[in-house]
Unconditional design. Sequence first.
Length: 45
Amino acid sequence: MRRCCLVEFCPKCKSIMIFIGNKAICRKCGYEKISRRGKRNNKCR
């Protein structure tokens, strides 16, 4: 099973951020970023 392909990188520590709802949260430092990329970009199968 693949995860969703919406991935961004944290501007602080450059590690991978995970999307939860409309927020992107950094795994390392916990930086939160509100993303406007909503449910339109779900082309992951």
